[in-house]
Design a protein around this ligand. Sequence first.
Ligand SMILES: [Fe+2]
Length: 237
Amino acid sequence: MTRRSFLTTAGATLAASTLTHAVEGIPLEHAPLPYAPEALEPHIDALTMTIHHGKHHATYVTKLKEALTAGSLAGDDTIALIKDIASLPEAAQTAVRNNGGGHVNHTLFWKWMAPASSSPRTPDGKLAAAIQTDLGGLAEFQKGFAEAATKRFGSGWAWLIVRPDGKLKITSTPNQDNPLMKGIVADEDLGTPILGLDVWEHAYYLKYQNKRPDYITAWWNVVNWNEVARLHAQAAK
Ligand SMILES: [Fe+2]
């Protein structure tokens, strides 16, 4: 091995381990919502929360369990499963991508929201400083994030991720893809998600119908900045 290829390999290993160690595992279980379905009113309505969590999220969990059983695969940690989908048997890959992604994304999403009065309404400390340095400040970040969420054609997610170099980046994925999915998400958009917004119609249609931008604007009122800061501290170590 030449010095150059050693350095390249070492760099790649460091980047991979940054991603590996920054993310908490997610068990294959459908946990209850961390608050009452009506707790996010009037911004996100109770019926949407009840159906979104109780039906949509539950279905991702059920279908993931079925796919793992069919493929005789272990699935203690859904994060580990979705990070390296290419290593799974081909027959299980699409089901894990869609339903494993769906389970991870929604498990995180419930915690990224909280009743408006229970969390600071803007980020502070190191998270606020990183948003300033990497994204030009809170207003610029919210503008860029809302744009990513609005422009996502069809179903998908907008993300705030921590890249392997520790910097923040706004990205977006289709369907239930997640920024941890190596080989599926473009390399430059891989990272640890510390905030995400579900822009599937099932997340907003009952209250906002076709007005996705209104849903996005209202959603900022229930962002759980404490949780975003906690994940940022963990991922940016
Ligand atoms: Fe959803």
